[in-house]
Design a protein around this ligand. Structure first.
Ligand SMILES: Cc1cc2nc3c(=O)[nH]c(=O)nc-3n(C[C@H](O)[C@H](O)[C@H](O)COP(=O)(O)OP(=O)(O)OC[C@H]3O[C@@H](n4cnc5c(N)ncnc54)[C@H](O)[C@@H]3O)c2cc1C
Length: 485
């Protein structure tokens, strides 16, 4: 990929049309939070936004923030969490690659929650107790991760951490972006809309000192006296990048986000010599629930074998599904728990109902005897109250012995898996963009979905791990650019 047009040598800039202390590219949640902090640190802040208004994918989102450590919402509904507990869970489930960021995030989480509320982002003191991908009501807390899934429940005290913005309907993310953008405006953050950042500007010392912006019919050059912060979101809409990093992505999978979620900030960063991290990571999802009774079924692959604890969070189940031979996976239920999956996006197809397990096995073209054996083992485990393979929580164990049985096709290329990308620019825990040698690129910061998420794949992702760290590290970037950490 030729990236040369995305980096301009300062000496080739004809003139600067505007300047600010901090230049922010992208006005989603990371950009808005960066802008507020940079402004409050005394900076003149200019946000460059490609759309005609701020919001980005953040405003379209389900408004779930992964927050914990003992927030007011957790306390009000009776959950006892603390930063160490949250850290233990996150490291165990997401890995230690970005341990410095996890530490910082967990230690500051209660403060960050309080900060969000102080900006007018509302969270109800109420709890949604069921398994769901998203909810249309306004409860402030729900479980959005694998905290109760083995082995994590043995490593850290399981508590829910999905904090949902108090707004009913499909896009509570707007309930966060509306007050944040209003605050930015009230406090004098300047914005240049309908403006596409097309190149970064680098001076002779290697410092990023501005960007070129395409507006209708003209190119303008903006200067940043203290720093440039890129907050342009993920790359789910960029076909070339998808082909490079996810060559096996089925055509039926659909990206989530605005059309501008096209990785442009990542490409700007690469042109400026940045390193990337976790580019082959995504969270794809096509949950089998609601209704949650389906979690009592089993999921098998083309060998008729179980491969995941079915009570896993939906992204984890999908992550394992995508790794099965041919992406094949079937949800098997008996008549006692039969229901159609209600998730309207997933489009899981009922294959058929069957009087015997042998008949079902033949129709699914599984090896002879495989499903019969899997079900016999599973039913024996349920009778004994312990899933010997994956330690599925006893709450979800039920013998599947009440025929007739039914199978749903939940294969990775047959159902519709919705996804967001998780990889991006490699940054320090101070939101400074790093080069492949691990050195900071001076004047260059990034946050949000254009940087590598802490969870590197769907198996470890928890809903809210984009808005939560995106808002937090956006704030860090804003302060860092002003030299005010
Ligand atoms: C339907 C849906 C539901 C979701 N639900 C959740 C959820 O509940 N919790 C969660 O954590 N995550 C969720 N996500 C993912 C999450 O919304 C995003 O990952 C997150 O909002 C990214 O925030 P951001 O600030 O990094 O980027 P964005 O919010 O996407 O903002 C980036 C901004 O940059 C602008 N931009 C891009 N390129 C340029 C350029 N070259 N020049 C100028 N401007 C540019 C864009 O127009 C956009 O306004 C959801 C996503 C969708 C679509």
């Amino acid at each position: 990929m030729d990236l040369s047009s995305r980096l301009i040598d300062a000496k080739n800039v004809p003139q600067f049309d505007d300047s600010a202390d901090v230049l922010i590219i992208g006005y989603g949640i990371a950009g808005a939070c960066a802008a507020l902090e940079a402004r409050r640190a005394g900076g003149d802040v200019l946000v460059v936004e490609r759309a005609s208004a701020g919001g980005g994918s953040s405003a379209l989102s389900s408004g779930l923030f992964y927050l914990g450590g003992g927030t007011e919402v957790q306390k009000a509904v009776g959950y006892d969490d603390d930063p160490e507990n949250m850290y233990r869970y996150m490291i165990a489930s997401m890995g230690a690659e970005q341990a410095d960021k996890v530490r910082r995030y967990c230690d500051d989480n209660v403060d960050h929650f309080n900060w969000l509320e102080a900006q007018g982002v509302p969270f109800e003191r109420s709890y949604y107790p069921h398994k769901a991908v998203y909810i249309l009501s306004s409860e402030g807390l729900m479980s959005t991760g694998n905290e109760k899934v083995w082995p994590y429940r043995d490593i850290a005290r399981p508590v829910p951490r999905g904090h949902q913005v108090a707004m009913e309907g499909e896009s509570p993310g707007a309930g966060a972006m509306t007050p944040l953008l209003a605050r930015c405006e009230q406090e004098g953050v300047r914005a240049s809309y309908d403006s596409i950042a097309t190149a970064l500007i680098r001076d002779e010392d290697g410092r990023i000192i501005g960007c070129a912006v395409r507006q209708t019919g003209q190119t303008r050059y903006y200067q940043a006296r203290r720093g440039v912060i890129v907050t342009t979101g993920g790359f789910g809409m960029n076909k070339d990048m998808l082909a490079e990093y996810f060559p096996d992505l089925p055509a039926s999978a659909e990206p989530l986000g605005t059309p501008y979620t096209d990785g442009s900030g990542i490409l700007l960063g690469l042109a400026a010599g940045a390193d990337t991290q976790g580019m082959d990571g995504m969270i794809a999802t096509a949950a089998i629930y609601p209704p949650q009774q389906l979690i009592k079924g089993i999921i098998v692959n083309a060998f008729g074998q179980r491969f995941v604890a079915e009570d896993s969070y939906h992204g984890r189940t999908a992550g394992f599904t995508s790794e099965q031979p041919g992406g094949r996976a079937y949800l098997i239920v008996d008549s006692e728990i039969f229901a159609y999956p209600e998730n309207p996006y997933a489009k899981h197809q009922l294959i058929d109902g069957f009087e015997t397990v042998e008949e079902m096995e033949a129709r699914l073209e599984l090896p002879e005897g495989a499903l019969v054996k899997t079900l016999a083992t599973y039913n024996a485990d349920c009778a004994a109250g312990k899933d010997s393979l994956f330690q599925k929580h006893p709450d979800w164990l039920k013998q599947l012995d009440q025929g007739p049985w039914a199978a749903f096709d939940i294969s990775f290329d047959r159902s519709t898996y919705l996804y967001i990308t998780l990889g991006g620019l490699k940054v320090s825990s101070d939101a400074q963009v790093l080069n492949p040698q691990g050195k900071v690129i001076p004047g260059f910061y990034a946050a949000g979905a254009c940087t590598a998420h802490i969870p590197k794949d769907g198996k470890s992702y928890n809903s809210g791990m984009s808005l939560g760290p995106g808002s937090y590290f956006g704030r860090v970037a804003g302060r860092a650019a002003m030299g005010n950490l």
